[in-house]
Write a protein that binds this ligand. Structure first.
Ligand code: G3I
Length: 376
């Protein structure tokens, strides 16, 4: 059975979406407007892929990914903990599979991430000797970046090296290698991977103090004559509180450095939280009041979410000459890391597709913004 629904007229064009029911009564999407097509003249549109998705275990999600996105970021499998579990042991199976998947489907890959204080392998966390730690640092970058040189569009070379006030985070890398470790990481990556772009990636780096620190850090790389191609603003924001003014100011300031600007991990949290950002070490207490929408999202919140996404994409379109990519941190609400952080076991709704991979009102607002935008 084919059921067709027509959504409101958008510049004279109706967005058609059809669901067909199979014998089990599940709905599978047949046809829907495509984000990557609507924004193809503006920026690439990405998503984060988890392990089952990379293994193509779910045909409905797989189809949606190929229909909607032209670039993907592995959510976890290229982090050091997975790809480099022991001193002399690398595990490239899933990353190789992702590269093959990308080639087969004409989907680019943003590799994530070479140097991050989190999800480090146990052996690396336990290295006491500074020289040994530097050997790990250099060998990790040389081996992993070299293997995927030119196979991936880009690398998040260093992730989250800054504190909220713009100073350097007191990570194992800073403690062992000192202030220059970020520049050193880019220097090593540029040598190992001359054919892939190199980015710095962080959350809250649209906030003025952290942004200033981010600019200082990237200026230092540039002043050393080392290649850096772009900066990722992760974009983990909260419904009704998206910092539009800071985002616009950041796009302008980062672009003025000659860097590509990207939104790399976009999602909009709808549940209670008493802090901003994405520091995985921060946690909050488990309590039913912290999980208010187990049975569905109230319409008022759904509309606010749609309006926030609409206004974000209008801003991205205004600066489409400076923005090269917008990546969502996950395909659908079921996959989102925000169901498990900063409180475990919540029901969150931060993305454009719901738990059944169906488009939400926010999806249609984003498509509408893209279709209505006047391009010269
Ligand atoms: O790999 C183990 C698996 O063996 C085990 O069975 C399972 C049981 O829970 O846990 C698995 O590890 C989890 C891993 O995701 C893979 O699913 C970790 O517990 C979990 O903490 C980890 O979370 C990831 C988080 O980074 C870790 O720091 C999220 O999926 C991922 O979305 C998140 O992504 C980060 C970006 O890389 C950087 N910016 C912030 C963003 C959100 O935290």
């Amino acid at each position: 059975m084919i059921r067709k629904i027509v959504f409101p007229m958008l510049c004279g064009t109706a967005i058609w979406i059809a669901f067909s029911s199979n014998k089990q009564g599940d709905s599978a999407q047949q046809q829907i407007a495509s984000l990557k097509d609507v924004f193809k003249k503006d920026f690439t549109i990405g998503t984060a892929m988890n392990t089952p998705q990379i293994e193509e275990k779910d045909p409905v999600t797989d189809k949606l990914i190929r229909q909607q996105f032209n670039v993907v970021t592995p959510e976890n499998i290229m982090k050091a903990e997975v790809i480099h579990p022991q001193w002399n042991e690398y595990n490239f199976d899933l990353a190789d599979k992702l590269v093959t998947y990308g080639k087969k489907n004409h989907i680019g890959i943003n590799a994530h991430t070479l140097i991050w204080h989190s999800q480090l392998p146990v052996f690396a966390r336990n290295i006491k000797n500074v020289d040994s730690f530097r050997t790990f640092f250099e060998e990790h970058i040389n081996t992993v970046a070299k293997r995927y040189d030119g196979q991936v569009v880009s690398w998040d070379v260093v992730n989250e090296a800054l504190n909220e006030d713009g100073t350097m985070r007191k990570s194992i890398f800073l403690n062992k290698l000192g202030d220059d470790f970020v520049t050193d990481a880019f220097r090593l990556a540029a040598k190992a991977s001359p054919k892939s772009e190199l980015y710095y990636n962080d959350y809250n780096n649209e906030q003025p103090a952290k942004r200033a620190g981010c600019i200082r850090l990237m200026k230092k790389i540039q002043d050393a004559g080392v290649r850096i191609d772009g900066v990722g603003i992760q974009g983990h924001w909260h419904v009704g509180k998206v910092p539009f003014k800071d985002i616009e100011e950041s796009i302008l300031q980062y672009a003025a450095m000659g860097l590509k600007v990207m939104f790399t991990e976009l999602d909009i949290e709808v549940l209670p939280r008493n802090f901003q950002g994405a520091d995985v070490n921060q946690r909050m207490r488990e309590d039913p009041s912290m999980n208010p929408y187990v049975n569905g999202l109230p319409d008022s919140v759904q509309q606010q979410l749609a309006s926030d996404y609409e206004n974000l994409f209008k801003l991205f379109l205004k600066h489409r000459d400076k923005i090269s990519r917008v990546t969502f941190w996950g395909v659908n609400d079921a996959q989102s890391w925000l169901n498990g952080w900063p409180v475990r076991g919540r029901t969150n709704y931060p993305l454009l597709f719901d738990r059944e991979n169906k488009p939400k009102p926010a999806f249609f607002k984003v498509i509408e913004a893209g279709m209505n935008f006047k391009r010269n």
